[in-house]
Design a protein around this ligand. Structure first.
Ligand code: NDP
Length: 315
């Protein structure tokens, strides 16, 4: 397929794997890129030396384009930015911060910049900062999420009316038919996270992958809105947050309850009781762990069949 996104990233298929802390290292990113999509290394959970080595390994594993996701609130952000520039990563997806600070520097170095947004204000800010495309991330998405709680189906048309740069739909995309729906709304690519967590190539702990397969509707909820809103799989830690809410906990008490390193504990070390388990609503449709290339192929085949089926409705 050829559109603004496939041309921008020099990829065959407009299927992008989300950059996810503790889940998307070089193995997942290179597998998705090799399958014709765009793989992304999630830098938010990597110390600078780890990111450097992950990028080098990814370059050895694929000669296709890949990207790095950089959460802008990352503590050692300057080092990550320098690594991305030094190692000539072609594309960076920035999130969780202002796109105006780093975009000009990346652009000076010929790096394509995409910013993740969940509302009109940041979409316009991204465009004004020179960002090449935006990810429109709806309420269904896993992990850190917008406060507005706008669903993907509402967000895409809203952003389409307010910016000219291409839009990548994220949140709730788990099939080619969902991808077709996103394209019908005006998106030019999809970004998929949850499905790629449940792959052999993801660095998530096997117990977390198994729990995703067991998830049903209602298994996830957007929580901790007073801190950074995050969609979590319900577990004991989630119950503890609910108890804290019932006891009218202050923001400070919520921060203390969250503590440090819970996402690592849950998603990477497999502590399903005390850990933070970030996943999207679409987890309820995931029935097995399968290779990343299989997911890319299935989504693409299903997308084409869905478009064909819809086309025949008006014959
Ligand atoms: P915490 O503060 O609870 O823990 C930080 C974790 O990140 C630790 O597990 C630590 O690993 C690891 N880490 C990697 N590099 C560094 C570094 N330079 N300094 C300190 N810690 C580092 O954060 P979370 O687990 O909640 O979030 C992890 C990351 O996710 C954040 O640093 C941020 O970049 C990102 N994030 C992204 C958001 C988004 O994209 N929207 C929103 C919120 C956070 P170790 O345990 O081995 O020390």
């Amino acid at each position: 397929m050829k559109n603004r996104i496939t041309e921008l990233f020099k990829i065959d298929l407009p299927i992008i794997q989300a950059g996810m802390i503790w889940c998307s290292g070089w193995e997942l990113a290179s597998a998705v890129s090799n399958a014709g999509g765009l793989g992304i290394i999630g830098a938010g959970s990597m110390y600078p030396a780890v990111l450097r080595s992950q990028i080098s390994k990814c370059k050895k594993a694929t000669n296709k384009p890949f990207a790095v996701n950089l959460p802008l609130l990352y503590p050692s952000i300057e080092e990550h930015v320098q690594t991305i520039i030094d190692l000539k990563v072609p594309i960076v997806f920035t999130s969780a911060g202002s796109p105006s600070k780093w975009t000009p520097l990346f652009k000076q170095h010929g790096i394509t910049v995409v910013h993740v947004v969940s509302n009109v204000k940041f979409a316009q800010k991204s465009e004004n900062s020179g960002v090449d495309a935006i990810v429109a991330e709806g309420f269904e998405a896993g992990g850190h999420n917008g406060r507005e709680e706008t669903t993907t189906i509402c967000l895409i048309p809203l952003l389409l009316n307010n910016v000219k740069i291409p839009i990548i739909a994220a949140g709730g995309i788990g099939s080619g038919s969902a991808m077709a729906a996103a394209f019908a709304l005006g998106a030019e690519a999809v970004q998929i996270g949850s499905l790629f967590v449940a792959t052999p190539e993801s660095s998530a702990h096997q117990s977390f992958k198994n729990l995703i397969v067991d998830a049903t509707d209602g298994s996830t909820e957007l929580s901790l809105k007073e801190l950074t809103p995050v969609r979590l799989l319900k577990n004991k830690f989630y119950d503890d947050i609910q108890t804290a809410y019932n006891n009218k906990a202050s923001i400070l008490q919520l921060k203390e309850l969250l503590g440090r390193g819970r996402a690592k504990k849950g998603m990477f070390e497999g502590d399903l009781i005390e850990g933070e388990l970030e996943i999207g609503q679409i987890a309820s449709s995931i029935t097995q762990v399968k290779p990343a290339a299989c997911i890319v192929n299935e989504i693409w085949i299903d997308f084409k069949a869905s478009i064909k089926k819809l086309g025949s409705l008006t014959d």
